[in-house]
Structure formats: C-alpha cells, structure tokens
Unconditional design. Sequence first.
Length: 165
Amino acid sequence: MTDTLVTIRPATDDDVPLIAQLIRDLAEYERLADAAVATEGGLREQLFGEHPAAEVLIAEADGEPAGFALFFHTFSTFLGRRGLYLEDLFVRPAFRGLGLGRHLMAALARIAVQRDCGRFEWSVLDWNEPAIGFYRGLGAVGMDEWTVQRLEGDALRALASHDAL
C-alpha cells in the first residue's frame, strides 16, 4: 500500500451525502452516534449556502473517499487575528496507516498560513489516546488549563430568553 495515491481536495456540494456518512462514521467511533443528527439538507445549506459556516476537505486514497476534515475560522482578540479551528477529522478504519491524517493536517496548516491565521486549534476527547499521540507527534501542545464550555438545547434557549431587550 505504499504506492497509494493520496489526494486532498475541497469538498463540493456533490459531496454532501459523503460528508453526512463520514460524520455518522465519526460519531460511531466517538461513541456519540445518537448525537449525530445533521441532515444532508442542513449540511448543504451550512456548507454550501449563501453564508457558509464551515469548509470541508475530502481525503481520497486511490480515488476512494477515505476521510474528511471540517473546519472554520475563529478570531483571537489577544492576537488580533483570525484562527483556523478544526471541528472534526476522521479517517475511515480501512484507510488508516496511509498517512491521510497527516496529509489532512498539513493541508489545514497550509490553509491557515495562506490565510494569515494566528493559530490552528482543535479539541480531542481525553480518552482518544491514539489521536492525542498523533497530534503530539505533529508538534501540537495540549491546552490542559482550558476546558470547553457548552450551552445547547433548553439551557441555550433559556439564556437566550433571559433579559430579552
């Protein structure tokens, strides 16, 4: 398999069914299958509509869809510059060990540099030791002093309705 042709390309509207399937595959791997409720219609609107919220890179091995990376821009007030945030990276199990993850991360790093981003960040589940080891091997540094906070569902709606002006 050392002669595998790896291609990283931007996703197109035609890739929406593939992206939806890769998201479901990732959710299954992360033990969060019930949380993956994204629809193809919603993804099409959010990724390729009038105001895209994120972008996707597709990894292919010998022309076969093998993985993806979904990312978007953030902004650092301290740096005064935008950043690149990797929401999800997934390589299908049959294609692991071919360097696709590294190719995707390198493509994202190139995008961050080309777009003058001050940082490239992502989160990883604390139990996912293979991913953590992979990221450390790339030179990533864990931000252990920071914790992710989240509002969703009823809590989000409750806060949104508080002190409405």
